[in-house]
Design a protein around this ligand. Structure first.
Ligand code: CTP
Ligand code: CA
Length: 225
């Protein structure tokens, strides 16, 4: 087959992809968020659809247009993302968690806008932990043989941190990106290593997010066979 042309090897499969970044509201006008653009998750959704899969894309605050032929479920917070992913995962052959999920959320949501008070210093913001969706999906496996994939952006000891995280999460594959200037966030390109729970290590050369997405689906399709 020519480069970029793939067999429809995901035909009859249902895959769930989460994308974007969650936002954790403080009050009606403010939130804690992150820099995820959603591009990698959307590339995963597009390429899976092109390979014949039925795709559910759980999209957290992404400004990107809905990919053709994909069921898009918009969400805001980590708690909403968890609900949507668990629901879609019930009959899924694969779940890919490409979303950047906030680890913490404000303990209290102020129903009214938080205002400055005279000359006083602001109140500190207390945070509480969000649920770990990837760990939960991995532990539960709504369907036998379901393949679960996580993403991790690391700065130092990239591979060692990746291996430890793969084990901790209990997923089948972990895509590890090295974060640096001009890498990963908001960019069109990506460079990564895909670690497998079976000990495999698949390097993906610097290139478009579509190429990384195709490699992820190659590895998922192998595990579904
Ligand atoms: N993830 C998740 N739920 C969370 C946090 C993360 O499902 N509450 C998923 C992400 O979607 C990603 C993977 O877990 O696929 C790894 O995210 P990462 O932030 O690297 O992992 P953490 O366990 O949060 O570790 P760290 O302390 O390095 O942020
Ligand atoms: Ca995290």
């Amino acid at each position: 087959l020519a480069r970029g042309v793939r067999e429809p090897d995901l035909t009859g499969r249902h895959v769930v992809v989460s994308a974007g970044g969650t936002r954790e509201p403080l009050d009606p006008v403010r939130f804690l968020g992150n820099r995820s653009s959603g591009k990698q998750g959307y590339a995963l959704a597009r390429t899976a659809a092109a390979r014949g899969a039925r795709v559910t894309l759980i999209a957290a605050n992404s400004a990107l247009p809905d990919p053709a032929g994909v069921d898009v479920v918009p969400v805001g917070t980590a708690v909403q993302l968890r609900e949507a992913v668990l629901k879609a995962a019930a009959d899924a052959d694969a779940v890919v968690m490409a979303a950047a999920v906030a680890d913490f959320r404000p303990a209290v949501y102020a129903a009214g806008k938080i205002k400055k008070k005279d000359d006083r210093e602001p109140e500190p913001i207390t945070l509480v932990r969000n649920p770990d969706i990837l760990a939960e999906i991995s532990a539960e496996r709504a369907r036998a043989g379901q393949v679960v994939v996580g993403f991790a952006a690391e700065t130092d000891d990239v591979l060692a941190n990746g291996r430890a995280k793969l084990k901790r999460k209990g997923c089948d594959l972990l895509v590890v990106n090295e974060v640096g200037e001009r890498k990963t966030f908001g960019s069109e390109e990506n460079e990564a290593v895909v670690l497998g729970a079976d000990g495999s290590e698949t390097p993906v050369a610097h290139g478009p997010k579509e190429a990384l997405a195709e490699t992820v689906w190659d590895l998922v399709a192998e595990r579904l066979r």
